[in-house]
Design a protein around this ligand. Structure first.
Ligand SMILES: Nc1ncnc2c1ncn2[C@@H]1O[C@H](COP(=O)(O)OP(=O)(O)O)[C@@H](O)[C@H]1O
Ligand SMILES: [Mg+2]
Length: 366
């Protein structure tokens, strides 16, 4: 995605509230029809960026382009966007139909035309029988669907969603995630979705912008964020990551050899970071990339002996924590319980950790 084929282009945007800088030189390009998420901890600037896209906040400097047009000075209701909020702002005194039709009231539409549009929306959110219900007689998930319909009936080119599922409990939220993704595919418009929940972002998004303290750290697909994080902040924010300290001993083409504390000499794909012999680096390995065996493994490139410190049985998976001499933190290992027979296992025992070169991610933090 480049500025040229982007539907939304955010270029060098800064935002100050008084002397406090909430957004720091953020640039990103969002494609037409993309499900794009802003992901980061509370306070990192997600809502501020979304409100600037909507036009509720002005940029302090930089520019936002939507559909090729600069948005500076363009009022919210003249932008081709609509917004859905976390606390589904639906009107309790109106029924479902009137809630959905709310945004149409200023347009000169015939009654039959308006009814047709509402019917289409009720169909889209799979609540065709609910038109005459009062908004107060709905579950949280249903209310959020009404809020979506109310935003979509105006046919925006971009839907902005600020933690829209945040108020729902876990099970309902997971169900709504699937519905939201299906809905986005049906309507085919661009969604910019804000969440602090990395699993939610990974499930839903075509691409994700990981943010921290007003900056965009990395904009990438879920797979690339997970497999090729640009730094340890992104790596630890997306899923669980084991970090080891190491020093580069040699580089040969795309392969780098690193002497890693506790793991010994390990070769790894060099990736995008530019490295020199003698550089201090972080070596990162995901928990599921390790194998854990009682006997020394012969099907991996590298292995090291350790001592199982703890284990947690989670049904489909188990999490293990392994002490390795020379490594300060226990190494987290995650394994699928494919062959477990049901008997309890010894949670304190000598074990072997195995891994392959391809599992190693080399990070250099400045
Ligand atoms: N209107 C405002 N005035 C002053 N500070 C603000 C205002 N809005 C947001 N902030 C600050 O900007 C930072 C980013 O806020 P926000 O965008 O709401 O974060 P997020 O949505 O990621 O949780 C926070 O430190 C917040 O306190
Ligand atoms: Mg927010």
């Amino acid at each position: 995605m480049t500025q040229d084929n982007a539907f939304i282009s955010i270029r060098h945007v800064n935002k100050f509230f008084g002397s406090f800088q909430a957004i720091k030189n953020v640039s990103m390009d969002i494609g037409h029809g993309e499900f794009f998420s802003l992901l980061g901890p509370s306070g990192c600037g997600k809502t501020t960026l979304l409100r600037m896209l909507a036009g509720f906040e002005a940029v302090s400097s930089g520019e936002i382009y939507i559909d090729g047009q600069p948005m500076s000075g363009v009022a919210p209701h003249h932008r081709p966007v609509n917004m859905v909020f976390q606390n589904y702002a639906i009107f309790p005194h109106l029924n479902v139909r009137d809630n959905i039709a709310y945004g149409l009231r200023k347009l000169k539409l015939s009654r039959s035309n308006r009814n047709e549009m509402v019917d289409e929306m009720l169909e889209l959110i799979k609540l065709p029988e609910y038109g005459d219900r009062k908004a107060t007689q709905l579950s949280g998930g249903q209310r959020q669907r009404i809020a979506l319909a109310r935003a979509l009936i105006l046919k925006p080119k971009v839907l902005l969603l600020d933690e829209p599922l945040g108020a729902l409990d876990k099970k309902l939220r997971e169900q709504m995630q699937l519905e939201l993704r299906a809905l986005q595919r049906t309507v085919g418009i661009t969604f910019v979705f804000v969440t602090h929940d990395q699993e939610e972002a990974l499930t839903l998004s075509d691409r994700i912008a990981v943010m921290s303290e007003g900056r965009d750290l990395q904009v990438d697909t879920p797979t690339r964020l997970y497999e090729n994080p640009v730094n340890s902040e992104v790596a630890s924010f997306i899923g669980t990551m084991n970090f080891f300290d190491g020093v580069v001993t040699s580089i040969k083409g795309d392969t780098v050899v690193i002497k890693v504390d506790g793991l010994g000499e390990v070769s790894a794909p060099a990736g995008k970071v530019s490295l020199l012999a003698g550089d201090s680096v972080s070596v990162a390995i995901r928990p599921e990339k390790f194998s854990l065996t009682d006997e020394k493994p012969d099907d991996v490139q590298y292995c090291v002996k350790g001592h199982l410190d703890n284990a947690a049985y989670l049904g489909e998976r188990s999490h293990y924590y392994v002490r390795v001499e020379g490594v300060s933190q226990p190494v987290a290992v995650s394994a699928q319980n494919r062959n477990r027979t049901g008997e309890a296992e010894d949670r304190k025992r000598p074990v072997w950790l195995g891994w392959d070169s391809a599992a190693v991610v080399v990070l250099k933090d400045d």
